[in-house]
Design a protein around this ligand. Structure first.
Ligand SMILES: C[S@@+](CC[C@H](N)C(=O)[O-])C[C@H]1O[C@@H](n2cnc3c(N)ncnc32)[C@H](O)[C@@H]1O
Length: 299
């Protein structure tokens, strides 16, 4: 179910249409247009060479999460203190992943699911446990390897930050999935290695925020991979690193317009879904995500 990100031809067992073998990182295919250059810049050799130094030559694409486990937990299980803990308890399970997963369950037609920019695999796990045959990818090799080990049972224990500078051992709080239900690869959301009309449900969870000028291309690529009648779910707190400017267009309207321009109809929307990120036991970030469910027309 992969296509060559360069020629668009179908890939079988990691072979490009020209018979070239795509590289794999610890068994995970690297399906980006120039995989050798990508690995030289972002792969394990580069992790060592970069050695934490700011260099344009090597870039260790990080796992964009404070730890492996807490992004999987509902707000009610995140701890906190006093009134904040009470508020988290009142939120219960409500978070961007839960809102988008409910749309996926109720509104997406039968068929395969794709988690784009999967991070530590929170939505991938929800897709699999909703009995969807699931594909997932991320541009960060470390994130994809962690998702594989975390969801597949290769890791049963991990660590979460407690006080500043401190860690606590925790057991992974969910059962391993059947690895045959999830296919992972390393790929770029603006040039994804999948054919058109392939997925019934595609999720973009807080990926547009990191894409800067690539976000329209990512939405275009996602809409092309949807089956007719398929569902795109997007969550974004518009937490970009772009410099703020006066009189900028409201990003909510920009997203609605972009989706409309791609021929997708917004069928549900929730503008302020709390996204609580636990960084350590006294440190939390709260953003209010804009969550959208949009359908590709059936014709
Ligand atoms: C904020 S994290 C969100 C992770 C997960 N989707 C979630 O909602 O918890 C954004 C993720 O998008 C990935 N990402 C950013 N740009 C990407 C791109 N062009 N292609 C694929 N993944 C990308 C990052 O590596 C990171 O794992």
């Amino acid at each position: 179910m992969f296509v060559c990100p360069v020629t668009g031809g179908r890939l079988s067992s990691g072979l490009s249409p020209e018979g070239r073998q795509y590289p794999a990182l610890d068994g995970i295919p690297v399906l980006v247009p120039d995989p050798d250059r990508f690995l030289a810049r972002h792969g394990p050799g580069a992790w060592d060479l970069a050695g934490g130094l700011p260099t344009a030559r090597y870039e260790d694409l990080p796992i964009d999460a404070p730890d492996a486990v807490t992004p999987h937990l509902p707000p009610r299980a995140l701890g906190g203190r006093g009134g904040f803990a009470k508020w988290l308890g009142e939120l219960g399970d409500r978070c961007p992943d839960a809102v988008c997963a409910a749309w996926g369950r109720d509104l997406a037609p039968h068929g395969r699911a794709l988690d784009v920019g999967c991070g530590v695999g929170g939505m991938s796990r929800r897709m699999v446990t909703a009995n969807r045959l699931t594909w997932a990818f991320d541009i960060s090799p470390r994130a994809v390897l962690l998702t594989r080990d975390l969801l597949g049972g290769g890791i049963t224990e991990t660590q979460v930050p407690t006080h500043r500078g401190g860690l606590q051992r925790v057991r992974v709080p969910f059962a391993p999935i059947d690895s045959r239900t999830l296919t992972l690869c390393i790929a770029d959301a603006s040039q994804p290695p999948f054919p058109e009309n392939a997925f019934a449900w595609i999720h973009l969870g807080n990926v547009l925020d990191m894409a800067d000028d690539k976000s329209a291309g990512i939405l275009l690529a996602a809409s092309a991979m949807l089956l007719p009648g398929g569902l795109l779910t997007v969550s974004t707190p518009y937490d970009t690193d772009e410099p703020p400017v006066l009189d900028a267009v409201a990003p909510e309207n920009e997203l609605r317009e972009t989706l409309g321009g791609l021929g997708l109809s917004i069928i549900d929307e929730d503008e302020h879904v709390p996204w609580v990120i636990r960084e350590y036991d006294r440190g939390f970030r709260v953003m209010f995500s804009h969550c959208v469910a949009a359908r590709r027309p059936t014709y």
